[in-house]
Design a protein around this ligand. Structure first.
Ligand code: TRP
Length: 335
C-alpha cells in the first residue's frame, strides 16, 4: 500500500527556536519513515509581513540547513523552498477566487496580526495567507499536516476549501487532517511563560534559538521567569507556568515521566532545575549545530538538496495543478 502523505512548513522569518524543534521538527523526524513527507520553507508566507531581502535570503537557507541538522534525511523526505515551485502561487490564486471574504476576515491570525498595524496599510497577503497555506497542503494531496495547536483554524479552513472545490468541480483534493502533538511539546516564552515561544519576538530573553551558543543558552535560561513557591512540580496553574515550562523542556529532552522528574528534583531549588535544563539543552543543540556548520561549509551541498527537493515537489504539485486547471475550465496550452 502506498504511504500516506505528510506536508508541513516553517516560515523563514526570525530564528528557529527550541520550541520549533521540540514541537515540530522532532516530530517530523519521527514521521519520516512512516509517511511520504514534504517539508517546505514557506518564504511566500514570510512576505505577508515586511522582510528585508538579504535577511529573507539568508534565513531561507538557514532554515533549510536546520531541517537537515535536526535529523530530516533529504534522501528520504522532500525538502524544498516554497517559491521554487510556482504551482503554490498559482493554486493560491485559483483558490482565492473561490474563497468567501467572510472566511478570511474571521481568521484569528489575521485579526491578531492586522490589529498590530494600521488597518489601511495591512498587506492583502496577510488576509490571503490561508489560501496560500491551503494550496501548499492540497497540491500534495497531503493526508496529514503536523502543526501546532495555533494552526488548527488554518487546517479547518483548508478542509472547508477542499470540500468546496470538490463539490463544485468534482472529487479532486484529499481532505487533510491536522496532526497536533499531544500536550507537553508546547514550549512557552522564557520571559512570559503564558505565551507560546515565538521566533519573531524581539526581546533578548524570550526564546532559545537553535543556533545560540552554550553561554547564551545558559544566560537566557538562568533568567527565565519562575515564581516564589520554591516547589519543583508540574502544574497547569498560571502562576506556576514558568517552572512548568522549564520542566516541560527538561521532560521533552530526557523522555522521563513527571514522577521521575519530580522525584529527581525533590528538595532542590530553581537554580538546580535551571542548570539541569541548561545542560540538557546544550547537549542536544551541540550535535545539531555541528551538523549545521558542517553542511553550511560544504560547498554546493545545500543547493543540491534544494534543487533535488524542488524537482521532486514540482512533479507532484504540477500534476495536481493540471487537474485543477482542467476542472475549472482553463484551456490547455497547445503543444
Ligand atoms: N502557517 C504555518 C505556521 O505559521 C506555516 C505554514 C505555511 C504551514 N504553509 C503550511 C504549515 C502548510 C503546515 C502546512 O506555522
Amino acid at each position: 500500500m502506498a504511504k500516506q502523505r505528510v506536508l508541513s512548513g516553517i516560515q523563514p522569518s526570525g530564528n528557529l527556536t527550541i520550541g520549533n524543534y521540540l514541537g515540530a521538527l522532532r516530530q517530523w523526524v519521527a514521521e519520516q519513515d512512516t509517511y511520504e513527507c514534504y517539508f517546505c520553507i514557506v518564504d511566500l508566507h514570510a512576505i505577508t509581513l515586511p522582510q528585508d531581502p538579504a535577511a529573507l535570503r539568508a534565513k531561507t537557507r538557514e532554515v533549510a540547513a536546520l531541517y537537515v541538522a535536526a535529523g530530516l534525511d533529504p534522501e528520504r523526505v522532500t525538502i524544498f523552498v516554497q517559491s521554487h515551485v510556482s504551482a503554490h502561487a498559482e493554486l493560491s490564486w485559483l483558490l482565492t477566487c473561490l474563497t468567501p471574504l467572510g472566511w478570511l476576515y474571521r481568521m484569528t491570525q489575521f485579526k491578531d496580526k492586522s490589529a498590530k498595524q494600521q488597518q489601511e496599510s495591512v498587506g492583502a497577503g496577510l488576509l490571503n495567507y490561508p489560501t496560500l497555506m491551503a494550496a501548499d497542503i492540497l497540491l500534495y494531496q497531503a493526508h496529514a499536516v503536523p502543526v501546532g495547536d495555533d494552526q488548527r483554524q488554518h487546517l479547518e479552513f483548508t478542509r472547508d476549501l477542499a470540500q468546496r472545490f470538490n463539490s463544485m468541480f468534482g472529487e479532486t483534493f484529499v481532505i487533510p487532517q491536522a496532526m497536533i502533538p499531544k500536550a507537553g511539546a508546547r514550549i512557552m516564552g522564557l520571559d512570559n511563560p503564558t505565551a507560546k515561544m515565538s521566533k519573531s519576538e524581539t526581546s533578548d530573553y524570550h526564546a532559545i534559538y537553535l543556533l545560540d551558543t552554550p553561554a547564551v543558552v545558559k544566560k537566557k535560561l538562568m533568567r527565565a521567569v519562575t515564581d516564589s513557591y520554591g516547589e519543583i512540580r508540574f502544574s497547569s496553574d498560571e502562576d506556576r507556568a514558568g517552572v512548568n515550562n522549564l520542566l516541560t523542556i527538561y521532560q521533552a529532552l530526557t523522555g522521563q515521566t513527571n514522577d521521575e522528574i519530580e522525584a529527581h528534583f525533590a528538595g532542590r531549588g530553581y537554580g538546580d532545575l535551571k542548570k539541569a535544563v541548561v545542560e540538557q539543552v546544550n547537549d542536544r543543540l551541540q550535535p545539531l549545530q555541528d551538523t549545521y556548520n558542517r553542511l553550511m561549509n560544504e560547498a554546493g551541498y545545500l543547493d543540491r538538496i534544494l534543487a533535488q527537493g524542488a524537482e521532486r515537489a514540482e512533479a507532484v504539485a504540477e500534476k495536481t495543478l493540471q487537474t485543477v486547471r482542467e476542472r475549472m475550465g482553463f484551456v490547455a496550452r497547445p503543444v
